[in-house]
Design a protein. Sequence first.
Length: 306
Amino acid sequence: MRIVLSAFGSRGVTRRSVALAAELRRRGHDVVLFGFPEHAGSAEGAGFVYVSCATEGLPPLASPADLVLVMGSVRSAADRALFVAFSPTRLDPLPAEVRPVLAADEELAPLPPELIEHVRQVPAILPDAREDLPAEVCDFLSAGDPPVYLGFGAAPARDPDRLTRDLLGAVRGLGLRAIMERGLAGIGREGVRDVLVAEELPHAALFPLCAVVVHHGGPGTTALACRAGVPQIVVPDDAEQHYWADRVAALGLGEAVRRRHLTAASLHDGLRRALGDEACRFRAQVMAERLRDRDGVTEAADAVLA
């Protein structure tokens, strides 16, 4: 079967799309990916044909596809496409001819009752967890106590310098070590003692080795943080991220600090509570154990081919 996969979105959307495409290819199907030019490397590195498009949306196809599979954003969905959403917030409203699948762990993101009969739910689709950490990160981890992870993925910052000052002020005020992932927020300052700044890191390998994970609330990042078994502080900046921040807080796995309310003082207090809350750490470990053996890629492939 020839499958056209629309992977417009962040780097995380592309990586999850490639993971699903690889499973579909393993089952004997031909998959071509479409997406933004800056993410071509992830797909091409895995041996896929990747068609770069400057704007979101599938162009006219040179030959017909047996299936159009849309990941993450329904805006590029065509009639009779199969749409894989990563959050319940993406499911309403949907075009009438689109067949929906929710790829999110049911404990973290239960389907609204009115959608249960119409939407198939599978676990979160996550990239391969066997990626190794860079040597400099391993050296940093072995040199002291578990650090705080600070990163906001594809969420840009209005004032990266101020955000960096607030983040560093919070961790240094508590005498903590930190790993800062620059991301599109552009955070980080070189040469700060007990702080490592990195460009891009494999979260599945890193998060379990951290004391607390401070992140933006993207669906993939939240799923990996929940599998790490450590407390979270979620700093959301859009509707989808607010959903995940609220779910983390409601489940007692951490707390939410709205981006506009984030200051060195508010993060300092949040980190102090997270580090001292043994009940929160226990709940995080229980959740991680429940989610550990989930295989969202396999179940999503089953749903696509059903």
